[in-house]
Design a protein around this ligand. Structure first.
Ligand code: SF4
Length: 648
């Protein structure tokens, strides 16, 4: 019988533990107290946040360490502070959640022009250097009252929104004030970028007084980390940016830059004409084109000069009270990186087509990073210990290899806390979205199976397809007419606000007989949104969401094959698809009280090969059905009982 280690129990704030929560706490405490890292899978509903904090805090306090808790959303950061507050009733602990400068800034100029993290950081730097920020100045001018406030708050647990409110009333820059607080508190909850983006990290740690080696790192929802790392290390340059660069150079009177942008635009446009969706673009070949067609004989010198020009433009714009963005600088930065990565096998260079917001087709150059470890390894190898956790991390060895966690990292999958009778997991034979079998007949069959699920599920059903093509195929097969519940459909390129509205309306039907939400795996509706209780009783996974074999996917497979012989296809192609399917499949089961059915409409999920990538709480329940009408209905009736509700 497991129990919480004594030291961790002193911090655990609740009267009782949930099933297997003690296993989680024991594994984390045991590992971190030995100064080692742990990669741990634990399903939703386990209480991972409070468990990780209770296990790490005694180690941190005893060894004079501090904790960085990384999570993706503000809601998750606030949750950390709420759990810390509960802990603080037992033990003295302090902590804050922090947000980016754009959200913690009071300067009207930044608020009006805020775009992305990096540009806000740069504008702030310029404003401070020119002594044009009164909120920053006030911290220096009234340092005594600022220090007093800091002292008062240093033992508290505060959300970023609370710090913002306090600073607003005092006229202090909330961002700078938060930075001062960082030196004092035990736990800091923040987004991945602060730690994994090398540029942001170096600025962040400059103010932190404590070196990275003195931190325990907790990474929540860590299944997101490899993709985030790839995004951080990648870059892109669109035709739009090049055109804006030309306009900017014209306005500022830099004729050479105007000519270059014009020629560059033409070169990219010409290549794009012969590209369908995406094509590999050897970096040297493109640099040669710049030499011959755009007269760039010394590329590095040319782009460094362009970079300085962009810097001058930014200063001039700010002097005129305008937003100091420079497209010229962006272009120069991109090509310097293009050259730096041109012989690095962990990058591939492509030209791709995309749809603009107005629905037009445009093109962009991309530097695609292939190795998440280039971003994650420097962090994992420096911190005191890492706790990397999520509900969908298996196979753990693959995750550990791909992110280059330290060799002695402990791998642990916590047993599922969900009662077996709360989960029904079915795989249907006779259906698939495999490319060569996507016929009208197959889409009709898929639509009929979806209708069967909708008919025999008490309230809401989520249907997540392998791609938008499959989603369209199912719609064309008449799924809307076959189901007897209202249908809410996610569309390609839908704005996040519209998507949120769609989900809200769908959820509202949970008390009115239910509805069906049709979306894609890996999309906005199938990741990061919870559907507790009746807001989703059943989820249908239509097909395995394998990526199209684009040049970047092929490069990814080749790259992993070179790093991990024999594993290239698995790591670069199979795993990302099954990760999306697992995320979507877990939507209806978020708390220990939830009861949900998961129906996989693709016979490939019946193979042991596919199933070993699914979380263990799904895997252990899975049942394969023969290709017969009415078989799903039979199982759903046994699970939910006869449907009695009707929608209005
Ligand atoms: S110092 Fe603070 S208030 Fe001033 S611009 Fe920077 S973030 Fe904004």
């Amino acid at each position: 019988m497991l129990e919480i280690p004594k030291m961790a129990a002193e911090y655990f704030p609740y009267k009782s533990v949930r099933p297997f929560q003690d296993e989680f706490i024991q594994a984390v405490y045991g590992t971190v107290s030995e100064g080692k890292s742990i990669l741990i899978e634990g399903s939703n509903g386990l209480g991972k946040t409070v468990s990780a904090l209770s296990a790490c805090l005694p180690v941190a306090k005893e060894r004079n360490l501090r904790i960085l808790y990384l999570a993706k959303t503000h809601r998750q950061h606030d949750r950390v502070i709420e759990e810390l507050e509960a802990i603080s009733r037992k033990q003295p602990v302090s902590g804050i959640s922090i947000r980016g400068r754009s959200e913690m800034c009071l300067h009207p100029f930044v608020l009006r022009h805020a775009r992305d993290t990096r540009s806000v950081m740069e504008i702030c730097r310029l404003l401070r250097a020119r002594k044009e920020c009164p909120y920053y100045a006030k911290i220096e001018e009234e340092f005594n009252s600022c220090a007093e406030l800091l002292y008062e708050l240093s033992n508290e647990t505060l959300k970023a929104s609370e710090i913002l409110k306090i600073c607003k009333s005092q006229g202090f820059c909330p961002y700078e004030f938060t930075k001062l607080m960082l030196e004092e508190v035990d736990v800091i909850a923040l987004s991945y970028l602060y730690i994994f983006d090398p540029l942001i990290r170096s600025v962040f740690f400059k103010k932190l007084e404590t070196p990275m080696e003195r931190f325990i790192l907790i990474v929540d929802e860590a299944h997101n980390l490899p993709d985030t790392a790839i995004e951080i290390a990648s870059d892109e340059l669109s035709l739009f940016t090049i055109r804006q660069g030309e306009r900017e150079a014209k306005e500022q009177g830099y004729e050479d830059a105007v000519v270059f942008c014009k020629k560059l635009h033409k070169i990219v446009e010409r290549i794009a004409e012969s590209v369908k969706d995406e094509a590999q673009l050897p970096p040297k070949f493109f640099l040669d084109l710049l030499k011959t067609k755009a007269d760039v004989s010394q590329p590095l010198t040319f782009f460094e000069e362009l970079l300085s020009l962009g810097e001058i433009i930014r200063h001039n714009l700010l002097a005129k009270g305008k937003y100091p963005r420079s497209y010229i600088r962006r272009i120069a930065e991109f090509f310097i990186k293009w050259m730096e990565t041109s012989e690095d096998p962990s990058f591939t260079h492509v030209i791709s087509k995309y749809q603009t917001k107005a629905g037009k087709t445009s093109a962009k150059l991309e530097i695609v990073a292939l190795d998440p470890a280039k971003i994650t390894e420097p962090v994992f190898s420096t911190v005191y210990a890492s706790v990397v956790m999520s509900g969908t991390l298996e196979p753990l060895e693959a995750y550990m290899q791909v992110t280059s966690m330290p060799e002695q990292t402990v791998l642990h999958a916590v047993s599922s806390p969900f009662p077996r009778e709360h989960i029904l997991a079915l795989v249907c034979r006779g259906v698939t979205t495999a490319m060569q079998k996507r016929t009208d007949e197959m889409y009709r069959k898929l639509a009929l199976r979806i209708a069967e699920v909708a008919r025999f599920t008490p309230a809401n059903v989520g249907v997540f397809t392998a791609s938008f093509d499959v989603l369209e195929g199912i719609l064309a097969a008449g799924v809307e007419d076959l189901i007897e519940k209202p249908l809410f459909c996610e569309r390609k390129g839908m704005r996040s606000k519209d998507n949120e509205q769609l989900i809200k309306r769908f959820k509202d039907y949970s008390k009115r007989g239910g509805a069906v939400l049709l979306g894609v795996q890996g999309g906005r509706s199938s990741e990061g949104v919870d559907y507790p209780g009746d807001s989703m009783n059943a989820v249908v996974i239509v097909g395995v969401p394998y990526a199209e074999p684009t040049p970047r996917v092929k490069s990814q497979v080749r790259y992993y094959e070179s790093r991990f012989p024999g594993k290239g296809r698995e790591y670069g192609y199979i795993l990302p698809a099954l990760k999306k399917a697992s995320q979507a499949a877990g939507r209806p089961i978020r708390t220990l009280d939830d009861k949900g059915a998961i129906i996989f409409l693709d016979y490939r999920f019946a193979t042991i090969y596919c199933q070993r990538f699914l979380p263990n709480w799904i895997r252990r329940n899975i049942k394969t059905l023969p290709d017969e009408d009415g078989r799903i209905a039979k199982e759903l009736i046994l699970f939910f009982g006869f449907p009695t509700t009707s929608h209005n």
